[in-house]
Design a protein. Structure first.
Length: 182
């Protein structure tokens, strides 16, 4: 079987592991080809657009042809919660990087003057595997401590109800992110 290499997304290095890109036989509405993988979400725009292939995200043709965004440009930096980054970085994340699905409005962690890499959606088990720095990053953002944090942490689930979204700074490795629920 022929192995297909996906485009490289510096801000979302493993979109298959995060669930943002999935195997698909659907035809991409941008390039009109079936390339074996598709974005598992609907980009933001004025038209419904499904099954965009990763190549049309990476080269910007999906944005150029249909004016869609894969992340809200204002959410890159958490709507002012985290560092402001250059417009070129915002454009790369918003228009040429697979986004991810959150329960509310998604936010993209920024640090060291750049957008961070999206590690993925996390539950308690996934955060524990990564370690105490990941757990503390989500706890700090939640603003919870003591029994309130223990309860919230116990309910974190990668797929259901209350999910953490973890990022890693591309420059210093600092972990950051947030939790969100339906």
């Amino acid at each position: 079987m022929k192995t297909v290499e996906l485009p490289i997304f510096k801000y979302h290095p493993d979109p298959i592991a995060t669930g943002s890109v999935v195997p698909s036989l659907n035809v991409c509405p941008v390039c009109e080809k079936s390339r074996g993988f598709a974005y598992d979400g609907e980009p933001y725009g004025t038209i419904e657009l499904r099954h965009v292939c990763p190549w049309c995200i990476a080269d910007g043709s999906a944005h150029e042809k249909f004016g869609v965004e894969f992340s809200d440009p204002e959410g890159i930096g958490g709507y002012g919660q985290w560092e402001k980054v250059p417009k070129e970085v915002v454009n790369e994340v918003a228009f040429r990087t697979p986004g991810f699905a959150g329960w509310q409005q998604e936010r993209w962690f920024t640090h060291c003057g750049d957008a961070a890499e999206f590690v993925g959606p996390m539950g308690k088990a996934e955060l524990e595997k990564i370690g105490s720095e990941a757990i503390e990053a989500i706890r700090l953002e939640s603003g919870k401590s003591g029994a309130d944090w223990d309860f919230l942490f116990s309910k974190l689930d990668r797929k259901y109800n209350l999910t953490a979204y973890l990022f890693r700074c591309r420059h210093c490795g600092k972990l950051g992110g947030y939790s969100d629920c339906d």
